[in-house]
Ligand binder design. Structure first.
Ligand SMILES: C[S@@+](CC[C@H](N)C(=O)[O-])C[C@H]1O[C@@H](n2cnc3c(N)ncnc32)[C@H](O)[C@@H]1O
Length: 228
């Protein structure tokens, strides 16, 4: 759901071209079939960020059918690669087929499993980490994401404003969405107050956070706040 006025959203979507070529066809097919890939305004934002950053190594959490990893692979430095994580078997099969069809197997390494477990097993340093999986997990996986991110690297976290609900008091949130509401609020507090991150939050798509890592830090500060 867009966070901005419908007319403006429709105008911007019409204005900004979709991805071209075979990856663009996968983008359109995914929209047509209702696969929850990133909207085109987020595609454009990531395109600009990666053009500036020129990453060698990207970690993606939430691969789905492999659209965003395929798209991001065209911004890698020579010899660079993407590690992407997906836990849902139906998506894994589609992603594998798409990555193979697009001849990107040498650039994209798909790890099958739950990010909560997989992240702990990784021992690499990434220039960019794209968080695009279950938003209720973002606060839980943030320490591992932080560990795996280089100083000077960036986190791009998608879908963080819950259609604007993050800003509402808990009484206005339906009960089944309260846990995600608390967790997203904790995540947003942490990334905007943690000394090791310089963060901007944009109302593009359903909200995107961009965090620049300035230094290493030990643990999350929200936990210290809760304990004191
Ligand atoms: C929004 S989709 C990703 C879209 C993809 N990044 C794109 O734009 O092309 C989120 C994906 O994350 C996966 N996912 C959710 N929680 C996960 C977890 N804990 N570990 C691994 N994958 C997860 C879902 O199965 C789903 O396919």
């Amino acid at each position: 759901m867009p966070l901005i006025d419908d007319n403006l959203n429709a105008y911007l979507n019409k204005l900004m071209p979709m991805v071209s070529g075979e990856i663009g066809k996968l983008q359109q097919k995914s929209y047509d079939e209702g696969v929850p890939i990133i909207p085109n305004d987020v595609v454009r934002l990531i395109s600009v960020l990666l053009s500036i950053k020129k990453p060698k190594k990207i970690l993606e959490i939430g691969c789905a059918v492999g659209f965003s990893s395929s798209f991001m692979s065209s911004y890698l430095q020579e010899g660079g690669y993407i590690t992407t994580i997906e836990r849902y078997p139906v998506m894994i099969e589609k992603a594998k087929a798409n990555i193979k069809r697009l001849n990107l197997e040498h650039k994209i390494n798909l790890i099958e499993g739950d990010a909560n477990q997989v992240l702990k097993t990784l021992d690499d340093e990434f220039d960019v980490i794209f968080m695009d999986a279950g938003k209720g997990q973002y606060i839980n996986i943030l320490p591992e994401v932080y560990r795996l991110l280089k100083i000077g690297g960036i986190i791009i976290a998608d879908d963080i404003l819950q259609n604007g609900n993050v800003a509402k008091p808990k009484e206005e949130i339906v009960k089944r969405q309260r846990t995600i509401h608390y967790r997203l609020n904790d995540f947003l507090w942490e990334i905007t107050h943690n000394d090791g991150l310089d963060t901007s939050i944009l109302t593009i798509g359903d909200g995107v956070a961009i965090c620049y890592k300035t230094k290493n830090i030990e643990g999350l500060i929200i936990n210290e706040q809760k304990e004191s």
